[in-house]
Design a protein around this ligand. Structure first.
Ligand code: ATP
Ligand code: PRP
Length: 296
């Protein structure tokens, strides 16, 4: 049995989509239920927690596997195995950043411009202290429990917080002077569970399925009909991660070439294939792409 802790809040929606796309749908009685199951690997104990709590739940062995933000893995200092990483944020398929920010009219352009004794508000006191110390700044770290932007100017002069779109910074007249860490979602495992052969096999397979569901939609399958004598040219035009050729049952002079390639390569590839003699090209969507090397 593998137990799994999933994130509530910002990271939740995409996590559930990803598990569903990987064939690992979380079954629960309603969207407000914090408990569920997955019909794979005997995952009968799935629970939802705030991302900041998940690393310690995994380290302690309360759960074998968890999905949370890289910022909380670092902040907690929890001893966990990072099994996979997915660069998505609350609103986008891009990583978010943990940044040091100051009011727009502040003179500082980097951390070393901050004076000793500067008050820095943050939900990430450990990460912030480490960063400020490494920069040689003697700062007063003011622990915040959210709405950190509002701590300036009364309680703090600067802040360390999450930035994704930058909307919140702009609305509060703040600007970034340092990026401390670029963060995505991480699949983390309890080290003891990861050493257990049976659990490790399930954990590795969950990671593979999630990765396959993550990279799949960034790819397409191209099916190309090409006259047999033009096959070498057409094959060269296919920048596919993998491709294969087979004969057409309908016409022995026509070969069918199939390849999986990244979506961004499609326009140029179709042009090159047609120039190389392709009779027609059909594009199909890819759901999951399981491969040891595939990366979106
Ligand atoms: N755009 C984003 N804004 C905030 N957090 C994000 C964003 N993108 C990813 N995250 C991740 O999600 C975490 C916040 O998750 P969540 O929204 O559940 O909690 P919270 O806002 O800290 O908590 P609360 O709802 O109690 O204020 C961040 O710490 C970070 O790991
Ligand atoms: O760059 P943006 O896209 O604006 O995202 C970043 C903002 O989102 C988070 O706040 P959240 O709404 O979770 O509230 P909080 O301040 O209480 O954590 C974070 O603390 C920032 O304020």
């Amino acid at each position: 049995m593998i137990s799994l802790a999933l994130p509530k809040g910002s990271l939740e929606r995409r996590a559930l989509q990803l598990f569903e796309a990987a064939g690992l749908r979380v079954r629960r009685s309603s969207e407000s239920s914090y408990r569920g199951t997955i019909d794979y690997g005997n995952m009968t104990r799935v629970a939802f927690y705030k991302p900041r709590e998940i690393p310690s739940l995994i380290e302690s062995g309360s759960f074998d596997l968890g999905l949370t933000g890289a910022d909380w893995v670092e902040e907690s200092g929890a001893k966990v195995e990072v099994v996979e990483a997915f660069d998505y944020s609350r609103h986008s398929e891009k990583p978010w950043r943990l940044v040091l920010a100051v009011p727009t009219d502040h003179a500082a352009t980097c951390v070393t411009d901050l004076v000793d004794g500067v008050r820095v508000a943050t939900e990430y006191p450990n990460t912030s202290r480490r960063f400020l110390e490494a920069a040689g700044r003697r700062a007063e770290v003011v622990v915040s429990y959210g709405v950190t932007e509002a701590k300036i100017p009364e309680l703090a002069d600067a802040m360390v917080d999450v930035v994704e779109t930058g909307h919140s910074l702009r609305q509060n007249n703040l600007r970034v002077i340092e990026t401390i860490k670029t963060c995505g979602a991480q699949l983390i495992a309890n080290p003891v569970a990861y050493e257990d052969k049976g659990k490790r096999d399930v954990i590795r397979n969950v990671a593979r399925l999630l990765r396959a569901a993550w990279v799949g939609p960034a790819h397409v399958l191209l099916t190309v009909r090409v006259p047999a004598e033009r096959l070498p040219e057409a094959a060269l035009a296919m920048p596919a991660d993998s491709w294969r050729a087979g004969s057409s049952l309908a016409d022995e002079n026509t070969v069918v070439l199939q390849g999986v390639l990244q979506k961004r390569d499609v326009p140029a590839t179709i042009g090159a294939l047609l120039s190389a003699g392709a009779l027609d090209v059909t594009e199909s969507g890819v759901g999951m792409l399981a491969s040891d090397t595939a990366r979106a």
